[in-house]
Write a protein that binds this ligand. Structure first.
Ligand code: NAP
Length: 479
C-alpha cells in the first residue's frame, strides 16, 4: 500500500485536488479506512480535460506501432506485478486473492489484445458506381474520451476501455468508482512507466461524480463517453451526452436467466451455476440472477447447488482458503438482505444461507432459494450478491417467454445436451451473449455487451476498437 499513488494523475503528473479535498478508501472486510485519496472537483476535471485535449492531436499522429508497444509493455508489467495488484484489489474491493489474481490476468489480456489490434486499423478504397469517382476511407480516433468505471472489477473495467482507446489514438480521462480508486491509480503509474506520453491518460478520483462529469459531457470538447455501471446512471449520462452529441458506449446492468433443461448434464449445470452465480461474490453484471430449472430436475439441481454453495468458505479475501469475500459495502449488503426477505415472504424456501453473520465487515453467506415466486423483487432487480433464486418451468416456449420478460438483455445461460435445442433457445433469447453449457462468457477476444437496457456497443474482440474510431471518407474524382 505504501507505494500506491493516492493523488490525481493529470498531464502525466501526480497532484492533489485543487481544493485539497480527500476521500477515504475502506476495506470492506473490516470496515476500516485503508487510506485517503485525492477527491477531485470541477476545477480538477477542467485541468484533466485541458490535458487530454492538448495531447490529442499529437497522440492521434503517433505511429500505431508505438501505441501497440506501449500497451504490450504495460501488459508485461501488469503480469509481473500480479501479486501486488491482486493484493491492492482485494484490499479495496474485498474479492478473494485467487479471484483478484484471475482479474489481473483478465485485465492484462485487454492490453495484449489491443496492442495487437492497434496495428490492424484498416480503411479502404474503391471505385464508386459512376466509374469516375474514387473513395478513400480512413479511420481516425474519435477524440478525447471520458471513461467511467464501476467498483466490481476495478482493474479489468479500466483496461477494457483504456486498451482500445490507446490503440485507436484517443486521449482520455478515467473516473473510477470512489470505492476502488487505488487499482486505477496503480494502472496509471504502470502506463507512465510503459512510456505513455503525458496527457494521454488522466485519472480523476472523486466522490463528486456529477460535479466532475457533467460539465465534461456538456462542454463539447469530450467526444466520447464509455460508461460501465448501472442502467439508471447510464440513462442519466445518455441524456447529458445528448446536448453536445457525444458518442456513447454503455455497458449496463443485467438480469441473466440461467436455464437448465431436463436433458442437461446436471454436473455441468451445477459447475456452471457456481461460476455464473459465485464469480466475484455475485457482484457481476453477468451474474445469473434467475435460475429457471425444469420441474423434473429442479429438486436434484437445488439440492446439489445448495451443497456446493454451503461448502464455500466466507471470510476476508486475504485469508488462505477463503472462497467468498465481503460485499462492497453495507448499502450493497442491505439490498441483498431486503431482496431475500421479500422472496421468503412470498413463499421461497431457504435451502442454505440467508442469514447475515454478526461482526465487522460486509459479509453475506452463499444462499439458495427454492420455489421463488415470479413476483418477487429479485426477479426484476440485480441481486449483486451470492444468492441463487430458483424457479421451475415445464415447457420450452414458456421458459423463453419468462427469460425474455425483463428490460435487460446482457447474457443468458442455457444448459442442455441437445444441439438443436441449444441453438434454437439461444437464438430466441434477447441477450447480447449466451453461455452454452458454461457459466463464463467473459473473454477479451470476444465482443462483450448487451441489448435492450443492458447497453449500447461492445467491448473487447475485434469490434472493441470500433467504439473509439470514426470513418473519414475522401471523395476523389479521377479524369
Ligand atoms: P453505478 O452506481 O452506476 O456507478 C458506476 C460508475 O458511475 C461509478 O464510477 C459512479 O461513481 C459513476 N456515477 C454515478 N453517478 C454518476 C453521475 N451522475 N455522473 C457521472 N458518473 C456517475 O454502478 P456500480 O454500483 O458502481 O456498479 C454496479 C453496476 O455496474 C451494476 O448495475 C452492474 O451490472 C454494472 N456493470 C456492468 C458491466 C457490463 O459490462 N455490462 C460490468 C460491470 C458492472 P459514484 O459511485 O461516485 O456515483
Amino acid at each position: 500500500m505504501t507505494d500506491t499513488p493516492t493523488q490525481l494523475f493529470i498531464g502525466g503528473a501526480w497532484a492533489d485536488a485543487a481544493d485539497a479535498a480527500t476521500m477515504p478508501v475502506d476495506d470492506p472486510a473490516t470496515g476500516e479506512i485503508l487510506c485517503h485519496v485525492a477527491d477531485a472537483g470541477a476545477k480538477d476535471a477542467q485541468r484533466a480535460e485541458e490535458a487530454a485535449v492538448q495531447a490529442q492531436e499529437e497522440w492521434a499522429r503517433t505511429a500505431p506501432r508505438v501505441r501497440s508497444e506501449i500497451l504490450r509493455r504495460a501488459y508485461e508489467i501488469i503480469v509481473e506485478r500480479t501479486d501486488e495488484l491482486a493484493h491492492l484489489m482485494t484490499a479495496e474491493m474485498g474479492k478473494p486473492l485467487a479471484e483478484a489474481r484471475g482479474e489481473v490476468a483478465y485485465a492484462a489480456e485487454f492490453f495484449r489484445w489491443f496492442s495487437e489490434e492497434a496495428v490492424r486499423i484498416e480503411g479502404g478504397n474503391g471505385v464508386l458506381p459512376d466509374g469516375r469517382n474514387r473513395m478513400l476511407l480512413s479511420r481516425r480516433p474519435v477524440g478525447p474520451c471520458l471513461l467511467i468505471t464501476p467498483w466490481n472489477f476495478p482493474l479489468a473495467m479500466g483496461t477494457r476501455k483504456i486498451g482500445p482507446a490507446i490503440a485507436a489514438g484517443c486521449t482520455m480521462i478515467l473516473k473510477p468508482a470512489p470505492q476502488t480508486p487505488l487499482s486505477s491509480l496503480a494502472l496509471a503509474a504502470i502506463l507512465k512507466e510503459a512510456g505513455l506520453p503525458d496527457g494521454v491518460l488522466n485519472v480523476v478520483t472523486t466522490s463528486r461524480a456529477g460535479e466532475v462529469c457533467e460539465p465534461l459531457l456538456r462542454g463539447g470538447r469530450i467526444r466520447k463517453l464509455s460508461f460501465t455501471g448501472s442502467t439508471n446512471v447510464g440513462r442519466l449520462l445518455l441524456a447529458q451526452s445528448a446536448e453536445a452529441v457525444v458518442r456513447t458506449s454503455m455497458e449496463l446492468g443485467g438480469n441473466a436467466p440461467f436455464i437448465v433443461f431436463e436433458d442437461a448434464d446436471l454436473d455441468k449445470a451445477v459447475d456452471g451455476a457456481m461460476v455464473a452465480k459465485m464469480r466475484n461474490m455475485g457482484e457481476a453484471c453477468t451474474a445469473a440472477n434467475r435460475f429457471f430449472v425444469h420441474s423434473s430436475v429442479v429438486e436434484e439441481f437445488g439440492r446439489r447447488l445448495a451443497e456446493r454453495m454451503g461448502a464455500l468458505v466466507v471470510g476476508p479475501g486475504t485469508r488462505n482458503g477463503v472462497d467468498v469475500g465481503p460485499l462492497i459495502d453495507r448499502v450493497g449488503r442491505a439490498k441483498v438482505e431486503e431482496l431475500v426477505a421479500d422472496a421468503v415472504e412470498r413463499g421461497a424456501r431457504v435451502l442454505v444461507g440467508g442469514r447475515t453473520p454478526e461482526g465487522p465487515g460486509c459479509f453475506y453467506p452463499p444462499t439458495v432459494l427454492m420455489d421463488v415466486a415470479s413476483d418477487s423483487r429479485l426477479m426484476d432487480t440485480e441481486i449483486f450478491g451470492p444468492v441463487a433464486a430458483i424457479l421451475t418451468f415445464d415447457d420450452e416456449d414458456e421458459v423463453i417467454r419468462r427469460a425474455n420478460d425483463t428490460p435487460w438483455g446482457l447474457v443468458g445461460y442455457v444448459f442442455t445436451e441437445g444441439l438443436d435445442r441449444a441453438l434454437r433457445v439461444s437464438e430466441r433469447l434477447e441477450v447480447g451473449m449466451v453461455g452454452l453449457n458454461t457459466g463464463l462468457v467473459s473473454n477479451p477476444a470476444a465482443p462483450f455487451g448487451g441489448v435492450k437496457q443492458s447497453g449500447l456497443g461492445r467491448e473487447g474482440g475485434r469490434v472493441g476498437i470500433d467504439e473509439f474510431l470514426e470513418y473519414q471518407y475522401l471523395a476523389v474524382p479521377v479524369q
